[in-house]
Design a binder for this molecule. Structure first.
Ligand code: FAD
Length: 464
């Protein structure tokens, strides 16, 4: 069988690329996925009638963002039902919405600076945001006169959810784009049936357009002839195509899958030195009965992110930890058996955090403080550690991918085109901008644009 393009990996990046290449450009696509299931970090699984997501829970702009464009390309826009949400912030026993809920908790002057800053962010144009790519978010906020520790902690809380890099390292330009697009779309949401539905709908559309997804096919090597990528080798087969796109992590692609000696040494060390987003210790809790009506709570524990990071790495855990807590069954009751509730509590932590078993208990204790009666309602819990995430192929167990920190966004981000002709990258580790899933899809759009510049048969892949 002849293919126009081979895609390594069926994460949202690989699926989105294959969807547009097949449906809009008529390309013959083969996706090779090492796992038995598709979706990578965007995959759901079942346990005792509950639907658990391995990773993503909230899609920043749902149908109004880049995912909507991919679904429209496939004619599948009506195939996903979205439940939208306004996240709530929890701090010291109170729950409020950012930013207006801060009124009365901080001085009037600080509150007015906060509103001016959020308004500047929402109205900022692309060029102005790009100028802030190499400024960290904390510095940007300080320049705006923001100094109240609670306001700074709220911004850190949001950037940790968006890019999983603390605000003293996260790129202000990237934060601004994420916040701006989410605020403009007012469409953060969760798909009915669980996040795995997104991957399934895309896979269905890819197959309808002649694409083939082969699971259980780990690519061992990228075949390079006369300096050009011409195909890939799995355990027991060889596949050839003029274009090879890797949705597998950029570092693994360039260091492990390319034959040695092909990548210039300078490029190899650059790739090795890149830093990844934080990982997560995830405690999913199946509950006998509902303990909350809220769909998404984000909890601020302490006020100083730098001290928190230091303490975690030294194994000095605080009494409570910041948490990202989606309640999937409040978005989509189908995710839990009738009358039950499914709650996820995730602590966003450095990959190297020691002694995560002890941290697991602190997560449950913190969640119990926010939602009293939680322990009593517990049927069972399912835990995923950073090491589990790493084993499932996420380099450094990274939640998002390559960190959107200063020096690694915009011009500093690895390009979708590699130094090896014919080999390209797409997903959360090259190109793109935005929150998690949307970062990976936007990387795909960057790649389609690049291919279109090089070859007329790839023109026409722009978002619709
Ligand atoms: C716990 C957690 C919570 C998250 N929450 C959110 C959220 O709420 N909102 C949000 O937008 N994002 C969230 N994210 C981030 C988001 O899920 C990722 O940024 C996004 O899914 C990355 O997609 P990708 O296509 O780049 O990579 P991946 O999903 O990692 O896909 C890469 C694929 O390549 C395959 N592969 C790797 N090597 C090979 C090989 N050699 N051969 C064949 N196949 C290979 C892998 O198995 C995988 O399927 C979360 C992630 C995690 C882990």
């Amino acid at each position: 069988m002849n293919y126009d393009v081979i895609v390594i990996g069926s994460g949202i990046g690989g699926l989105s690329f294959a969807a547009v290449a097949g449906a809009r450009l008529g390309k013959k696509v083969l996706i090779l996925e090492k796992n038995a299931t598709i979706g990578g970090r965007l995959h759901s699984f079942q346990r005792d009638g509950f639907t658990l997501d391995i990773g993503a829970h909230v899609i920043s702009q749902s149908e109004k963002g880049p995912l909507g464009s991919v679904l429209r390309t496939l004619g599948k826009q009506g195939h996903i039902t979205w439940k939208h949400v306004r996240p709530m912030t929890s701090y010291r026993g109170e729950i409020f919405a950012f930013p207006r809920g801060l009124q009365g908790r901080i001085s009037e002057d600080e509150y007015s600076r906060l509103l001016n800053t959020t308004s500047e962010i929402v109205n900022m144009d692309e060029a102005a945001s790009r100028e802030l790519d190499d400024v960290d978010l904390r510095t940007y906020l300080m320049r705006k006169g923001i100094s109240d520790p609670l306001v700074l902690a709220c911004f850190n809380n949001i950037v940790m959810i968006y890019v999983c890099v603390p605000y003293h390292r996260a790129s202000a330009g990237e934060f601004i784009r994420c916040f701006r697009e989410e605020a403009r779309s007012r469409a953060s949401g969760y798909p009915v049936g669980g996040c795995g539905v997104i991957s399934s709908v895309l896979a269905e559309g890819i197959a309808e357009n002649g694409g083939l997804i082969q699971t259980g096919s780990r690519v061992k090597e990228i075949i390079v002839e006369n300096g050009r990528a011409v195909g890939v080798r799995t355990e027991n087969a060889e596949y050839r195509a003029p274009v090879v796109v890797s949705n597998a992590d950029g570092r693994r692609t360039l260091i492990d899958l390319l034959p040695e000696g092909l990548l210039p040494e300078k490029e190899r060390s650059r790739v090795r030195e890149m830093s990844y987003s934080y990982s997560m210790l995830i405690v999913r809790m199946a509950l006998k009965h509902p303990v909350t009506d809220l769909k998404l709570i984000t909890h601020i524990a302490g006020l100083d992110p730098e001290q928190y990071e230091e303490a975690l790495l030294a194994g000095r855990f605080p009494e409570e930890v910041p948490l990202f807590m989606p309640v999937p069954s409040n978005f989509s009751p189908e995710c839990a058996p009738y009358g039950r509730q499914l709650l996820t509590a995730g602590a966003i932590i450095p990959y190297e955090t020691p002694d995560v078993e002890r941290l697991e208990e602190i997560i449950v204790e913190t969640a119990e403080k926010i939602l009293p009666g939680l322990r009593e309602a517990l049927l069972w819990r399912h835990v995923t550690t950073p090491k589990d995430l790493h084993a499932a192929a996420l380099e450094n167990g990274a939640i998002i991918g390559l960190g959107q920190s200063v020096g690694q966004v915009g011009k500093g981000r690895p390009d979708v085109e590699t130094a090896v002709p014919g080999l390209y990258l797409c997903g959360a580790e090259a190109g793109g901008t935005g929150v998690g899933i949307e970062l990976a899809i936007n990387s795909t759009f960057d790649l389609l644009a690049r291919l279109g510049e090089k070859d007329a048969s790839w023109k026409g892949g722009a978002p619709i």
